[in-house]
Design a protein around this ligand. Sequence first.
Ligand code: ADP
Ligand code: ZN
Length: 741
Amino acid sequence: MMTKDASASDAMAADAMGPVHQVLRDVWGYDSFRPLQEVSIRSVLDRRDSLTVLPTGGGKSLCFQSPALCMDGMAVVVSPLISLMKDQVDALRACGVDAAFINSSLTQAEKRTVADQIRAGKTKLLYVAPERLLSNRMLEFLHQTPISFFAIDEAHCISNWGHDFRPEYRGLRILKEQFPAAAVHAYTATASQPVRDDIVSQLGLQQAEVLVGDFDRPNLTYRMLRANGRLQQVVDVIERHRGESGIVYCISRKEVERTAAALNQLGTVALPYHAGMSDEDRKQSQDAFIKETCDVIVATVAFGMGIDKSNVRFVVHAGMPKSIEHYQQESGRAGRDGLESECVLIYSGGDVVTWKKIMQGDSQSSGSGALQSLEAINQLCGSPVCRHKALVEYFGQSYTHENCGACDFCLDEIELVDDPITLSQKILSCVLRVQERFGATHVAKILVGSTEQRIVQLGHDKLSTHGLLIDDGLNAVRMWIDQLVQQSYLQRTGEYQILSLSESGRRLLHRDGDPRLSVPGKAKRTRNRTVSVDSWDGVDRGLFEALRSKRSAIASQNNVPAYIVFGDATLRELARVRPATLEAFGKIKGVGDRKLADFGEAFLELIRSYCESHNLETNVKTPLAPTTTVAPPRAVLPNANSMAAFDNFRRGESIEEVAEKLGRAVSTVVGYLQDYLRQEKITDSSPWVDEQTRDRILGNLQLIEEGRIKPMFEFFEGKISYEAIRIVLTCHQNSETPAAS
Ligand code: ADP
Ligand code: ZN
């Protein structure tokens, strides 16, 4: 009896996702969800409040867009910026989805049309800004409209812990009060725990499913270079990406203007973007970038949010960003489509000073938190360590790859000095000789043997360390001091940034430690990444370029961004497979029914004629072309992390312990556990759920309707957690599945 219920519920669980998989194929032309997307979508179908944290490019939009098409009523999506709304709605419409936005850019007549469409029950997704959503008129209107759910995009805007606090987001907590029947789902790329907690409490989410994805972005190659002719360093990166889109970030408006002008003089078309420009000029720059009439944008951090452009191939920071969080956010705009992209950060000690000045003038960001954040990014820049590992660990997740194959450190581009310990000892002992009472520049001057007045007056020219590094030059010694600070052997304190030895610095005097100091100005040649997330294997570059021009033309005709027509990944696959029929074209990833109908013929014609004139094979079977969308940010269950979690479970660690160790939310870890249970075909849930609870769950399996566990949760009035239910069900399902023969 119980058995029957369970297998029925199993089938229904699969059923609930069935229609979503169908729309994924028909509407978007993709064949599978990424693991975390799937869990996130389930909570939407389950009408259970949720928070999904995925890095930029992780595929958050699909988490609410695809279920919205499968549920009755209209989903309301809260989005902070007009440009962002427009992009998403354009992209949805290009896929044939009935989506709309309401904001100040619409005329009265346009607004009426949107309202009529909604009343007619046609609209599946409505995008609005929070302040408009919360107006009485809008709330009243929505009360008369069947709502499937609310999706809060860029949900970190609700938290003043976040990097982009928007007070108007605060009002959104009334949604739960005003629309008790509709679930609220929040989405953000911000990784920090306080922000996550804040989102859940500010929105008043109930029993929220919190899903946190993997923060690594394996398709990005990171490089951090000490400034040494900044402009040339920027140009070098642009040269490596001729004809591709990229962003150059500068700290100040003045730098933006200067850099853009210099680049243009050197023959790169680059447009500026900063808050000091008129709205119209800014819009022009942004449009040119999005429509790909200009490849490079030079901007302050004012640029970026609201840019959904998926094929940004490089992001250069011409100056140090303000924090690791900002770096993650800004560099994350590269490679949203999962294709390989490059992020280069150029820094100097002067950048830290610049930021401190800016922060002093800005009461909002002058707290010690801001200084700590600045210190953290400064340390990361100067430490020769794996960038992927450092970034992921900074956000509290573990990273187990020995060599990422995609950063300057792992690619062996940073040349290190041969005997860093002896060199460090020379510097540290000089700091001691001056009784830990002077700053970095003074110490460096002593080491290079300066005889300037102040040094002589203080008698520092008589010290045994005077002139010890005379051959290395002031710049190099300053850099090494910075690196020793960044690696915590030295510390700087007080207004005058006095140098002193830390505990590990003292140990280093006894040769105990592992400092890494780089050879100044001698970055080795950049190498190609050694891991391939995407390849150009089999892609005909000429055809790719021809397809790109075609895309650009179609985009201008339709007045939409180029990547909305087709993403780069799709163009690459087209240039690899070279379909000759509509049927073959429809099988390419990223080609849904609507786009096939709208653009198929135009592209096919180009492919046919190109292949004919270049004598190229068409309809190429590429069994080894797994390449196009090779899972960008691996979502929740990537090899490394999942294996790590499996080992923890094997060792008998509790869910809470594992969550703590891996820096994941409990519900995410329960997801890992379910996979572990399935893989190991474990049928006994007793290590995680007590027997009495298990029996109560198993005794009420009929409550699971269409794979939804919420009714059961509610039946127990919240006394049995979602997690316990999920674990018991998985073990039960394992006992139902016949062992593979
Ligand atoms: P985010 O909002 O998290 O930054 P997006 O929703 O913009 O990410 O998605 C990033 C890119 O990944 C888009 O080009 C999107 O079409 C693509 N994408 C998302 N989900 C999938 C999937 N399941 N399969 C293939 N591509 C996907
Ligand atoms: Zn690395």
